[in-house]
Design a protein. Structure first.
Length: 747
């Protein structure tokens, strides 16, 4: 039967859903004590250049290495030091260990003696004695007790009603009804003997290599305990073998594997289960739970919260590879935080688990805010509203006090109630503390928490009677403005002046606290401003006792337009790119806006909104008479414009560039005169030429519409003539789009 000394009971899941834990017996983290025999002034057996105390420590540390992943392993000694047998047994008992085994090496005067042996004790001096009996000199007697006298140990027994004693070395005590520790010790002894024998050792003393032996460390430990003799150092062959590091490693693994298999330690072992914040904590605190297990493949972790006060269970995280979670308890109480661990292939609800006790306390009553509607200081007889706001707790109640610091007098303003504010009207000047006490209605304390507000009451407050400027707003940028303040009441009054740009929100200190009541303010940038004065008494701890402000506008210096020009003179045909340019007396900060006014339709069109560009390109889309208007203003100007100018401009469908004759007037009758015209504005232009006789008042067509730009004129009579050209686009339905004429005389 295998020992599982840590028995953890199953818990029933609420609401009849099922069982959180299967009903089973399971070892959490087994405690094992390994005892390296001898040490210090006790070398043990010394043979073939080997000291037993060195070999026992070497082998014990190797066994510890193999067992540590599966159990909590402790050595009775880590170094070469002396321990009594009593100290070794007491150490294991004090740890409440589950297993104790003592490592030794055998010795004999016979150099050929060899083999291993394991020793246990069915007799346990500290445990139940109901089945103990004594074997001495071939007789069997009733056991009485074990006593230590003058450093020697004796077993007392009764022989036909007479109490006798024998040295522990001359008799044996056995248990006819051995307990769990003794039974488990015997089973483990047999398994260890068989395991070590598989390495080629003989079994000594008995056919099984195991002996029920009243050794001190096996009879005075309260748990399963075995003493192992790991071969004879008096035998040269065996001494060479057991002192070899590689063979020691084999022995250690055999011993460790036997223990692991005997106790079923091959399952996962939770080696760490901690929190980042120690218990207790207040509700709402985030706590990190961290678990770590060893041994096993693809280990999975599941976390539970168990409220011990309500017996409610809550799953915090289902099985996953995550070894930690964040837990934020929202309710005070006593909790168990449980971690289940199992291998990924396991079908168990868990392979192992651990439980942590954790206390969560309610959040303490806390005053979140304690304010007054009027800042300190105030004049006496001023009504001040004092307001408190507390959180946490149930049915919070508030109590308000006034403490006059000058007279040390206390006055109750309002006894405990649910009212969170009061009106306070001090009737005398002085320094006060306004105190609020807060507690839960069920609290037996005078208060759960409190806060104090310092408050100064004066006979009268500092008052700014006058705050003016020597020049009214608005003014031009760069103008010097004298700002003057005058305050009354208080002692040692100090003045501080500020400028705030209302557009950018930026503050600028104009003058720090001083007795000067005025400043000269000059700002080079046009904008909207607020000029503020702070006033306080010289002994005041406030940033200011009072203040006043005036709004002030600084306008930019006026701008005038010097010229408005176009890069192409009027008229021009439509669809021509015409650049309109403007100049002003302030070039760096000037802004321009360009408009177009159609005189025929009386419609305005915005060509370009305000900006630093001083020119714009205009491409007229139809013929007509236009007004080109430029608005201009300085940067920061609040006007729609500081100045404007305009020019008139004609846009035609076709523009006649020239209309002339190859001979100058006058000419004689019969002279051939070539009349020539040239126009632009279209890719397809046609020309029609006429003659008009002023004397006869008759018209004569010289050439009908075609692409020819000239015609030959042969006057047949003397007189005064008008030569006319009509011009139009070939697609035009008009009789002409434009025309030109010239006068010509024939002699």
């Amino acid at each position: 039967m295998k020992l599982l000394s840590k028995i953890i009971c199953s818990f029933a899941l609420l609401f009849g859903v099922g069982s959180l834990f299967n009903t089973q017996v399971h070892a959490e983290s087994m405690k094992i004590v390994i005892d390296p025999g001898h040490g210090g002034s006790d070398p043990g057996a010394v043979n073939n250049g080997l000291r037993e105390k060195d070999l026992t420590l070497q082998l014990s540390k190797r066994i510890e290495k193999y067992l540590s992943p599966y159990a909590d392993v402790t050595l009775t000694r880590e170094t070469d030091k002396y321990l009594s047998l009593e100290q070794r047994a007491n150490f294991a008992n004090s740890l409440d260990a589950d297993l104790f085994f003592s490592i030794h090496f055998d010795s004999s005067v016979n150099p050929y003696a060899n083999g291993i042996s394991t020793h246990y004790s069915s007799y346990r001096a500290n445990l139940d004695q109901s089945g103990y009996y004594v074997v001495h000199n071939g007789g069997i007697y009733d056991y009485v007790d074990e006593r230590k006298i003058n450093g020697s140990t004796y077993i007392y027994y009764t022989d036909r009603g007479v109490t006798k004693r024998a040295s522990i070395n001359d008799c044996m005590v056995y248990d006819s009804t051995p307990g769990q520790a003794a039974t488990d010790s015997k089973e483990l002894s047999l398994e260890l003997a068989n395991s070590l024998a598989s390495l080629g050792f003989n079994k000594m003393y008995t056919s099984t290599g195991t002996k029920d032996h009243n050794l001190y460390v096996t009879r005075h430990t309260n748990m399963a305990s075995v003493l192992i003799e790991n071969g004879f150092t008096s035998n040269v062959t065996e001494a060479n073998k057991v002192s070899s590091p590689s063979f020691q490693d084999k022995m250690a693994k055999k011993i460790a594997d036997t223990v692991i298999n005997h106790y079923g330690l091959g399952k996962p072992v939770i080696t760490t289960y901690t929190v980042d914040k120690a218990s207790p904590q207040v509700e709402g605190t985030r706590v990190i739970l961290y678990a770590r297990a060893s041994n096993g493949d693809n280990l999975q972790y599941k976390f539970w919260q168990h409220n011990l006060d309500t017996d409610e269970w809550k799953l915090l995280q289902d099985y996953s590879a995550d070894t930690n979670i964040g837990w934020t308890p929202d309710k005070s109480g006593n909790y168990e935080l449980v971690v289940h661990v199992r291998e990924g292939s396991s079908t168990n609800s868990y392979d192992t688990y651990k439980v942590m006790q954790y206390q969560v306390k309610p959040k303490p009553v806390s005053i979140q805010s304690y304010t007054s509607d009027l800042p300190s200081p105030q004049a006496k007889e001023t009504r001040v509203i004092i307001n408190a706001n507390a959180i946490n707790g149930e049915e919070l109640q508030y109590k308000f006090w006034q403490h006059n610091m000058d007279t040390d007098e206390w006055k109750l303003l309002q006894d405990y109630s649910t009212d969170t504010n009061i009106g306070w009207t001090p009737d005398r000047a002085g320094k006060y503390q306004l105190v609020v006490h807060v507690k839960e209605a069920a609290s037996s304390r005078s208060y759960d928490t409190y806060k104090v507000m310092d408050y100064l009451v004066k006979n009268s407050l500092v008052e700014i009677q006058q705050f003016t400027s020597d020049k009214p707003s608005p003014q031009l940028e760069g103008t010097q403005v004298i700002v003057n303040a005058k305050a009354v009441n208080g002692e040692g009054l100090l003045y501080k002046f500020w400028e705030q740009n209302l557009t950018t929100g930026e503050w600028k200190l104009l003058q720090d606290y001083s007795v000067d009541t005025n400043i000269t303010w000059t700002s080079s940038k046009a904008d909207k401003y607020k000029i503020v004065v702070h006033v306080k008494e010289s002994d005041s701890v406030n940033s200011y006792d009072t203040y006043k402000a005036i709004n002030y506008v600084l306008e930019p210096n006026p701008l005038t337009i010097s010229s408005v020009n176009v890069d192409k003179p009027s008229p021009q045909p439509y669809a021509t790119d015409i650049q309109i340019s403007a100049t002003s007396n302030i070039s760096e900060t000037a802004n321009y806006k360009f408009w177009l006014f159609n005189k025929k339709t009386n419609q305005w069109s915005l060509l370009q909104d305000y900006g630093p560009d001083s020119n714009v390109i205009w491409s007229p889309v139809e013929p007509g008479e236009y007004k080109l208007v430029v608005h201009a203003k300085n940067e920061g100007s609040l006007k729609s414009y500081d100045d404007y100018q305009y020019i008139n401009y004609t846009v035609k469908k076709i523009i006649v560039d020239q209309f002339n004759a190859d001979k100058v007037s006058p000419q004689p009758i019969g002279t051939s005169v070539i009349v020539n015209a040239s126009a632009r504005g279209s890719e397809s232009i046609e020309y029609k030429f006429w003659e008009y006789n002023y004397g006869t008042k008759k018209w004569r067509l010289l050439q009908n519409y075609n692409a020819d730009t000239n015609v030959e004129w042969l006057p047949s009579a003397s007189g005064k003539y008008k030569l006319v050209v009509h011009i139009k686009e070939s697609t035009s339905q008009a009789s002409y789009d434009t025309y030109e004429y010239m006068n010509f005389n024939i002699n």
